[in-house]
Ligand binder design. Structure first.
Ligand code: CMP
Length: 136
């Protein structure tokens, strides 16, 4: 049975800064994701705090929010069959040093903070995250 899904993807400041936008977009396209919408933006820290509010009790929350708001990012709606789980597979483990060969974080990530990409982790969060950036 078909399960066409949409997920939110972010190319994080470390990857934008290293001019990896096109390379990372190509990784998605090669893996049958369609980029339905995309925009390059810079967000304020209070917006990052709202986006990452599920992590607010974590010790890394403050640094995480400072980081996401430290420079331009690219936010995208990606669509394909099982987009949420397929994107997480393609990104690889959160910590690039633990990510499998061939994954985006293994190829481009530099550390657990500067791990180049974010992807929604569930259908519920995909909807919330897509609305966060693309609700007109
Ligand atoms: P992301 O998928 O964007 O979701 C939350 C982010 O927190 C995660 O990627 C990491 O970049 C960052 N982070 C920093 N420290 C940790 C940690 N110890 N465990 C999990 N995520 C972390």
């Amino acid at each position: 049975m078909s399960n066409l899904e949409q997920t939110l993807s972010i190319i994080k400041p470390d990857a934008v800064e290293r001019n990896l936008i096109e390379e990372i977009k190509n990784e998605f396209k090669k893996n049958n994701f369609v980029i339905l919408k995309e925009k390059k933006i810079k967000i304020e820290k209070h917006e990052a705090e709202k986006f990452y509010q599920v992590h607010q009790s974590k010790p890394f929350y403050n640094d995480l929010c400072s980081y996401l708001s430290s420079g331009p990012i690219v936010v995208m709606i990606l669509e394909r069959e099982n987009a949420i789980s397929e994107n997480r597979k393609l990104m690889g483990a959160t910590d690039p040093s633990k990510a499998e060969e061939g994954t985006i974080r293994k190829k481009y990530g530099v550390s657990i903070d500067k791990n180049s990409v974010h992807g929604s982790d569930s259908q519920e969060n995909a909807k919330i995250e897509i609305d966060f950036f693309f609700k007109d």
